[in-house]
Design a protein around this ligand. Structure first.
Ligand SMILES: NC(=O)c1ccc[n+]([C@@H]2O[C@H](COP(=O)([O-])OP(=O)(O)OC[C@H]3O[C@@H](n4cnc5c(N)ncnc54)[C@H](OP(=O)(O)O)[C@@H]3O)[C@@H](O)[C@H]2O)c1
Length: 277
């Protein structure tokens, strides 16, 4: 699979699997594990989770899915801002590793900015990296101002990504954050690439999908993947959705498709505050 270059070296797959909403109900657990494993079979090795999801339940689902297959996975998890202190982030990471059944994360993110000073979180991330518990660290839901503060320090400049809300209906980042990240060579991870399903009935999306014999979800994902230095992490809990999403990698949008989508889902005319879900 195509990869984006990470600032610290190595690659970030352009398409992965999200896990928000997993691990919340015991009755769904086997299906969720099966969906993630199916994704692995199809080469979707990037898995995004967080200590927040299902209060640790999503990490347990991921742990079950990757058992015996750790080397196929680029594993991402996130620390709650209120746990992101010098000591708290180290302890939170260790709890995540236990739930995930692994000794290291490929990428550890601050889930959103809280009140703990950034230097503290960065020190914890640096220590986790030195101890081999995380390979890369980064942030999520940081706006351009936050990124500027982050990049004011030597350690902050080693951040490997900003994971943000980005899809056809949430294009504000194109006006400020995305160009900034491209200039700094920081890959952007687009979360909710199909707007949690709300995008799927949009007529313009359906028209483009019909032209390709594809589904609206595939077009929404293909559009995100067509953006330079952006990867996408759609969440799917059924085998059919996983297969569709994987196949979105093969959809090549034409100039006409892109123009139609641009007309139906224009970026805002001026910068807007970073949107979050
Ligand atoms: N950093 C953050 O603050 C943050 C915030 C939100 C999300 N995230 C991450 O990003 C991931 C993705 O975002 P998301 O879960 O919010 O939304 P999403 O991926 O845009 O949408 C997920 C929803 O779309 C459905 N779906 C998936 N593939 C489909 C397909 N091919 N056809 C029709 N429906 C499909 C899923 O249904 P099924 O589950 O039934 O398959 C689910 O209901 C999350 O899971 C999480 O890992 C991060």
């Amino acid at each position: 699979m195509r990869e984006l270059r990470l600032p610290g070296g190595g690659g970030l797959p352009v398409l992965g699997q999200g896990t928000w909403g997993m691990g919340e109900r015991r009755a769904h657990r086997a299906d969720e594990v099966a969906a993630l494993r199916h994704g692995l079979d199809l080469g979707l090795g990037l898995i995004d989770t967080a200590e927040m999801y299902g209060s640790g339940g999503a990490e347990e689902v991921v742990g079950a899915a990757i058992r015996g297959r750790r080397d196929e996975v680029f594993l991402v998890s996130k620390v709650y801002p209120h746990n992101a202190s010098r000591r708290g982030a180290v302890e939170a990471c260790e709890r995540s590793l236990r739930r995930l059944g692994t000794d290291h994360l490929d990428l550890y993110l601050l889930h959103w900015r809280g009140s703990v000073p950034l230097e503290e979180t960065l020190e914890a991330f640096d220590r986790l990296r030195a101890d081999g518990k995380v390979r890369h660290f980064g942030v999520s839901n940081f706006d351009p101002g936050d990124m500027g503060e982050l990049f004011a320090s030597e350690l902050g400049r080693q951040s490997a990504t900003d994971q943000v809300l980005y899809n056809l209906t949430r294009r504000g980042v194109e006006l400020d954050l995305l160009p900034w990240c491209r200039e700094q060579r920081v890959p952007v991870m687009a979360y909710s690439p199909i707007e949690q399903g709300r995008l799927l009935g949009e007529p313009a999306l359906r028209r483009v999908a019909e032209r390709h014999g594809a589904t609206p979800a595939q077009i929404a994902i293909a559009w995100v993947l067509a953006q330079e230095q952006v990867c996408a992490i759609p969440k799917a809990a059924t085998g059919e959705h996983v297969e569709q999403n994987r196949a979105a990698l093969e959809v090549e949008l034409t100039a006409e498709d892109l123009a139609d989508l641009d007309a139906a889902f224009p970026a805002p005319p001026q910068p807007v505050p970073l949107e979050v879900l």
